[in-house]
Design a protein around this ligand. Structure first.
Ligand SMILES: [Zn+2]
Ligand SMILES: [Zn+2]
Length: 298
């Protein structure tokens, strides 16, 4: 009898590990898109996400950056599940462990199983933290592109060659267009990012190793000033335009055609990735978004 119990436990553990290993997470950040130009305008500027993807997934309508509303802190808060007050010049790494370090330390997965695919050199800091129990030993593989199109090209190459299980993507062009002060250029950059995200989802669906076991998140590092605080050209303070951002999740773990109105923040993404990939996020101050499945549908 004792032997049978041991066999059951061992088989159970192996099955749990198989389930955990089968899951993949991809987080795509549209750099500096303001909510009023994403879900706040329905299909107007993001027709693919709104019309093709939204019915297949879950959107959050009150998702926030409660930390510093610039690029490196915003991304670092997503990657660590803690508010990171690092500066924005790419010199300093996050102080708390990233999801890549948690995942690799827990699972023993190789560097190639994790990927940071970004369009700004200063986002190289996301590959690992300065935390003494983690660090470079558990770093993610890193790839740099110069604009959204080259970042997605790099991403697809990485999907094909390594099939990473945990990937963080930065699409830089919307932010760069916003800073130019050219409204039409800003809107068309959002439109391109929207098409590329649809392309990423279709690429995942065409790949047998990703098709049925991958969760894709789409979010922002920060918004941009609302019209009462200087308008879309810049960002970085605590105005509503800078703080209110989008979050969309599609794929394993999230219900279709669902709207969550509950207030959530960037710190909740890392523990969600942890729950999906079965690793604890020990220092995160957020809570998993998988708790939000009892929601309003429309
Ligand atoms: Zn940014
Ligand atoms: Zn602002």
């Amino acid at each position: 009898m004792n032997n049978r119990i041991i066999v059951f436990v061992v088989v159970g553990i192996l099955l749990l590990q198989c389930f955990a290993l089968a899951q993949n997470v991809v987080i795509v950040v549209i750099d500096g898109a303001r909510y009023t130009e994403t879900f706040g305008a329905d299909s107007l500027y993001i027709p693919r996400i709104w019309t093709n993807l939204r019915p297949l997934g879950t959107i959050w309508t009150n998702f926030r950056n409660d930390g510093i509303t610039t690029t490196d802190p915003g991304h670092a808060s997503i990657a660590t599940g803690t508010w990171q007050s690092i500066d924005n010049n790419g010199v300093f790494r996050p102080a708390q462990p990233t999801i890549f370090e948690y995942f690799r330390k827990t699972s023993g997965a190789p560097e190639s199983a994790t990927a940071v695919v970004v369009g700004k050199l200063k986002l190289g800091i996301l590959s690992y933290s300065t935390h003494p129990d983690y660090g470079a030993k558990y770093k993610a593989s890193t790839s740099f592109g110069k604009d959204d199109t080259s970042v997605v090209r790099n991403l697809k190459t990485m999907f094909r060659q390594n099939h990473p299980k945990l990937t963080l993507v930065n699409l830089p062009s919307t932010d760069l267009a916003g800073h130019s002060g050219d409204w039409i250029r800003y809107l068309s950059a959002i439109h391109v990012a929207d098409s590329l995200i649809f392309d990423i989802w279709q690429t995942l669906q065409a790949d047998s190793l990703y098709r049925s076991n991958t969760t894709l998140f789409v979010t922002n590092d920060h918004g941009r000033h609302d019209n009462l605080h200087g308008g879309f050209k810049n960002h970085g303070d605590d105005c509503e335009g800078c703080r209110h951002i989008m979050l969309f999740a599609i794929g394993r773990g999230f219900p279709v055609n669902t709207v969550v109105t509950k207030r959530r923040t960037q710190c909740d993404i890392a523990p969600t990735a942890g729950e999906l990939l079965s690793f604890p996020t020990l220092y995160s101050t957020g809570t998993s978004l998988l708790r939000d499945t009892a929601t309003v549908q429309r």
